[in-house]
Design a protein around this ligand. Structure first.
Ligand code: SAH
Ligand code: SF4
Ligand code: F3S
Length: 430
């Protein structure tokens, strides 16, 4: 029986799409290989959000080339966002002629057809931008307690630095009833945490007046489970969503709300369509509805023209909000985006200095926040258990480790935080 190995890069959207690729491959009767080395079909499901992502993928292709030299019958396919970026498919064909199949984000569901051709020694390169049908693909989920569910595809926001709208196309929402029935069967199958995926879930329009209606509809099933969602755009996050979250234990008390910068000048140039004050007001509104909410964010340093004062505004915002977690990025030029043509691109050494300061600042904040958790009890979904050591996440997305003689994987448990160890929370079963 033929074996496949999928290398996944990038965001959760890609992680989930790899589950769809796996679904198609299992349907074909293939099975999973342990590594690229023992696979007959090697797929790279790629990301191009930053240059570093592309560099890493090109590096891995060097390693895959060696496998192909040793075993010429291996089929190598590259898909996802990277080939979809204008110019990249041609670049890949030139630099890596050993690749058999090149396809994009819109036509993943055609993998079956592409494999038939490749097995006939044909080369395929098909990038297109027609309506996708990824909903039709069977899904082979990686986990048995956590599941991803697409609620929308693409993005219309065109933040000036971002490649996503170019590689994923216009925003499309999935049908309301299809989502409800998928989540319903996942809950019935024993999944405990379901994450709704979209680049901007708050602008969901698949047959409900707004996203909060979908959220409320997903809280009506029996049993204990949690609904999460990402990503939220601050300009579209409404009071209604906060109310829906506050009204049900079945929606996790957690929001990933990317701010990108604390400088109004930079936010405007990024085309984010909110000011730092708007953002702070939104945080205040959210916390007034859900006092125990966990909030994480994405922040980028070194956007073109970002001055030391602009950067300091970001630090000030981070100090005011006191995020539970921040994901920090160095701005990366993406050809075809508006920001790529902006003057005053910032030196890498300056960007590196700023990201380091930001990470240090957040480290201090996370330390203080962790101390505050000591003595509190959280409802934790255990997602790992090994030899008496368990770990899981609270509704507000805190990771807590604890001891349990019994294998409690997949269970919701009350865990009291008793101490911290370098930012990590250590708890005891109640
Ligand atoms: N749709 C989501 C996230 C998309 S990409 C949102 O709107 O937030 C995830 C993160 O990557 C972004 O939040 C941003 O911080 C970062 N990012 C996007 N483009 C980038 C670029 N050109 N350089 C560096 N970071 C980037
Ligand atoms: Fe990119 Fe902005 Fe869309 Fe997020 S909202 S995917 S950052 S364009
Ligand atoms: Fe995700 Fe990267 Fe594509 S962040 S949408 S896989 S460019």
């Amino acid at each position: 029986m033929k074996k496949f190995f999928i290398n996944t890069y990038g965001c959760q959207m890609n992680v989930h799409e790899s589950e769809k690729l796996a679904g198609i491959l299992f349907r074909r009767g293939y099975e999973r290989a342990q590594s690229n080395e023992d696979a007959d079909i090697i797929l790279l499901n790629t990301c191009c959000i930053r240059e570093t992502a592309e560099t890493r993928i090109l590096g891995n292709l060097g390693m895959i080339k060696k496998i192909k030299e040793k075993r010429p019958d291996v089929i190598v396919g590259i898909c996802g966002c990277m080939p979809q970026k204008p110019g990249n498919a041609e670049m890949l064909k030139k630099r890596c002629p050993f690749i058999d199949i090149i396809f994009g984000t819109f036509n993943m569901y055609k993998l079956d057809e592409y494999l038939d051709a490749a097995e006939n020694h044909e080369k395929i390169s098909e990038i297109w931008d027609k309506e996708d049908k990824t909903d039709d693909a069977p899904i082979r989920r990686d986990g048995d307690i956590k599941a991803f569910v697409n609620i929308m595809y693409g993005c219309d926001n065109f933040c000036s630095y971002c490649i996503v709208p170019y590689v994923r196309g216009r925003e499309r929402s999935r049908n309301f009833d299809d989502i409800v029935s998928e989540v319903c069967s996942l809950v019935r199958d024993g999944y405990k945490e379901i994450t709704l995926l979209g680049q901007n879930v708050n602008s969901y329009k698949g047959g409900a007046p707004e996203f909060s209606h979908l959220l409320r509809a997903l809280t009506t099933f029996d049993g204990e489970y949690r609904i999460k969602f990402m990503t939220s755009h601050p300009k579209d996050f409404t009071i209604d969503v906060a109310e829906a979250m506050a009204s049900s234990d079945k929606i996790a008390d957690f929001i990933h709300l990317p701010v990108q910068s604390g400088s109004d000048r930079v936010l405007k140039a990024m085309n984010r369509r909110y000011t730092s004050e708007d953002y702070l007001n939104k945080i205040e509104m959210i916390r007034s509805y859900i006092p125990s909410v966990g909030i994480s964010t994405d922040i980028m340093v070194g956007f073109p023209g970002e001055t030391e004062d602009d950067y300091k505004d970001t630090e000030k915002l981070v100090e005011k909000v006191r995020f539970d977690n921040i994901y920090t990025f160095i701005y990366s030029r993406r050809s075809g985006t508006v920001a790529d043509k902006m003057p005053n691109q910032i030196d890498l050494s300056v960007k590196k200095g700023r990201i380091k300061r930001l990470i240090d600042l957040q480290f201090e904040i996370s330390d203080e926040l962790a101390e505050k958790c000591v003595g509190k009890t959280y409802r934790v979904l255990c997602d790992s258990w090994n030899n008496g050591i368990a770990s899981g996440k609270s509704s507000c997305d805190k990771t807590i480790s604890f001891q349990s003689e019994r294998n409690c994987y997949g269970e919701f448990l009350n865990v009291k935080v008793v101490k911290t160890k370098k930012n990590k929370l250590i708890g005891e079963l109640e």
